[in-house]
Ligand binder design. Structure first.
Ligand SMILES: *[C@@H]1O[C@H](CO)[C@@H](O)[C@H](O)[C@H]1NC(C)=O
Ligand SMILES: *[C@@H]1O[C@H](CO)[C@@H](O)[C@H](O)[C@H]1NC(C)=O
Ligand SMILES: *[C@@H]1O[C@H](CO)[C@@H](O)[C@H](O)[C@H]1NC(C)=O
Ligand SMILES: *[C@@H]1O[C@H](CO)[C@@H](O)[C@H](O)[C@H]1NC(C)=O
Ligand SMILES: *[C@@H]1O[C@H](CO)[C@@H](O)[C@H](O)[C@H]1NC(C)=O
Ligand SMILES: *[C@@H]1O[C@H](CO)[C@@H](O)[C@H](O)[C@H]1NC(C)=O
Ligand SMILES: *[C@@H]1O[C@H](CO)[C@@H](O)[C@H](O)[C@H]1NC(C)=O
Ligand SMILES: *[C@@H]1O[C@H](CO)[C@@H](O)[C@H](O)[C@H]1NC(C)=O
Ligand SMILES: [Zn+2]
Length: 453
């Protein structure tokens, strides 16, 4: 019944949508709080974020892509592609053909980004639309010769308030209007690395600050009259897991440093051999019981992490909580990058706005599913991608969606209604046939009907 009412209602809403305020193009603000592990939401208090969710939707787990690092996952959100297909396969990369290096502080060469087309570029190719970015990996790079019309060069010293103030200014008065915008914040990733996610006291303090920032954002949007018509997605790139000095894998104990170059270190090491690949592989293979060693051709299919020249000939994948080191120089108490099927690596997603249901909870989607959903909301034709639009239908008001529990509910409800109705009819017939003396006569007449006819 509830669902029928909802369906009827959303039907009416879309019917009314032809005109009024909805003739404006839809707008979307995509927000990422780096390293916001999914279960922080269950284990800490977020009054502002919970209010946002109460009037919107929540996806409790977002299955991200391998490797579960920042640049690769942020690019998957805005392209819908696995890392092997969008080309940002790590935060540190090396291309053997061009001899180019990529790192988070040396990321502006379009060469690295041009294997995919991010949504802000596609959005901007639509007539009368522009994009804006208060940071997000890639938004200050000329990708396919295009940056967002409004953007900031990356700098971690720009405050959250300044990022919000500038992005909301761009969202409220630009011509052509900004219809897609991004907002990025470095926390709780930085503190997650420093303290480790199991440091309840410090994480409590940091996560309260994040919630206050969300409160600031919502208040600002309301003040500027953007809140009602703007779609806002709050999500993240990956989670965080606890590390320890007792869980180190020291490569120096297994192989001489002169035999290989290390393109990326931990928890997924990218190894470029300088000697015979097989020899390097043999030396590393039994280096630690807490690390998987793969030749490129043997990387498990479920990682979708193989078919790209930027993936090195050998990769080492540490078990959850283990750290690959060269010497005892690592001081991280929290890290990410591990197997993307680990719940600790997953972020969450919350969304609010005219495109989304109110008060709807959903258990899981893939990070690559966000892209086709965003294209749908903005009315953009998506580029070929690895996401599945139907995974997000239940979040959207303009889509039909029946999930299994609701379907079972509807069937049971219908059966109950049918049974009740049958009983009522039987009771009514009995009542009718008992007290009225003529009813029997009428019945008999009816019975005679076929004979007469
Ligand atoms: C909707 O509004 C436009 C102008 O904004 C008008 O041309 C059109 O006829 C309206 N459509 C309906 C169904 O009212
Ligand atoms: C773009 O904007 C101009 C002026 O505001 C308007 O004349 C034109 O019809 C718009 N084009 C589209 C496709 O909306
Ligand atoms: C970003 O930095 C480049 C190079 O330092 C500079 O030319 C450009 O104007 C800056 N852009 C913005 C939007 O600040
Ligand atoms: C934000 O906007 C103000 C006012 O226009 C400007 O002075 C400042 O440079 C902007 N900040 C960034 C990081 O672009
Ligand atoms: C590889 O390491 C061994 C020591 O294990 C060393 O003798 C050899 O010279 C190294 N080879 C190269 C090419 O550096
Ligand atoms: C690498 O070493 C393996 C065994 O040690 C050998 O079979 C193979 O031919 C070598 N490959 C090259 C390219 O030298
Ligand atoms: C530890 O490794 C780093 C990076 O390779 C190197 O610069 C440093 O000298 C090493 N320290 C020790 C004590 O070996
Ligand atoms: C992901 O999507 C791209 C673009 O359509 C495609 O080339 C690639 O084969 C897809 N990957 C998988 C594993 O389906
Ligand atoms: Zn991080």
């Amino acid at each position: 019944m509830k669902l029928l009412v909802i369906l009827l209602f959303s039907g009416l809403m879309t019917g009314c949508r032809g005109n009024s305020s909805y003739s404006l193009p839809p707008k979307l603000l995509l927000v990422s709080f780096d390293g916001f592990r999914a279960d922080y939401l269950q284990n800490y208090e977020f009054p502002h974020l919970q209010n946002f969710i109460k009037e919107g939707v929540l996806v409790e787990h977002v299955k991200n892509v391998f490797i579960t690092k920042t640049f690769p996952n942020h690019y998957s959100i805005v392209t819908g592609l696995y890392e092997e297909s969008h080309g940002i396969v790590a935060n540190s990369m090396y291309d053997a053909v061009t001899k180019k290096h990529f790192s988070d502080s040396n990321d502006k060469d379009p060469f690295w980004w041009n294997e995919a087309v991010p949504i802000w570029v596609t959005n901007q190719l639509q007539e009368n639309r522009s994009s804006a970015a208060a940071m997000w990996p890639g938004t200050d790079v000329l990708i396919h010769n295009t940056t967002p019309s409004y953007f900031m060069n990356y700098s971690m010293s720009v405050s959250f308030e300044e990022r919000v103030n500038n992005i909301t200014t761009w969202l409220s008065n630009s011509n052509p209007p900004v219809t897609f915008a991004t907002l990025y914040w470095e926390e709780p990733d930085a503190s997650g690395h420093k303290y480790g996610p199991e440091d309840k006291e410090n994480m409590h303090r940091v996560l309260k600050e994040i919630d206050d920032l969300i409160g600031y954002l919502v208040q600002k949007l309301k003040m500027l009259g953007l809140w009602e018509n703007l779609n806002v997605i709050i999500t993240s790139d990956h989670g965080m897991t606890q590390c320890s000095e007792n869980r180190w894998i020291n490569l120096d104990l297994c192989i001489d440093r002169s035999n290989y170059s290390l393109i990326d270190l931990s928890p997924v090491a990218a190894v470029l051999p300088k000697i015979n690949i097989t020899e390097v592989y043999e030396k590393l293979k039994n280096c630690s019981p807490h690390m998987n060693v793969y030749l490129k051709k043997d990387i498990p299919n479920r990682y979708y992490y193989q078919h790209n020249d930027r993936i090195q000939p050998i990769i080492l994948v540490a078990d959850e909580g283990w750290t690959i080191v060269l010497n005892k120089s690592s001081s991280k108490l929290g890290d990410h990058g591990y197997d993307n099927s680990l719940p600790s690596m997953h972020p969450f997603l919350a969304a609010h706005g005219p495109a989304f249901h109110k008060g709807y909870k959903y258990s899981t989607i893939n990070i690559v599913d966000i892209y086709p959903m965003m294209c749908h909301i903005l009315g953009l034709k998506p580029h070929p991608n690895n996401g599945t639009f139907s995974h997000t239908k239940c979040l959207l008001v303009d889509q039909w969606c029946i999930n299994l529990p609701e379907a079972i509910g509807i069937v049971i409800g219908a059966l109950l209604a049918l049974t009740t109705l049958t009983c009522l009819i039987i009771i009514m017939q009995n009542r009718l046939s008992v007290p009225h003396p003529f009813s029997r006569l009428q019945l008999q007449e009816d019975d005679d009907d076929p004979l007469i006819g």
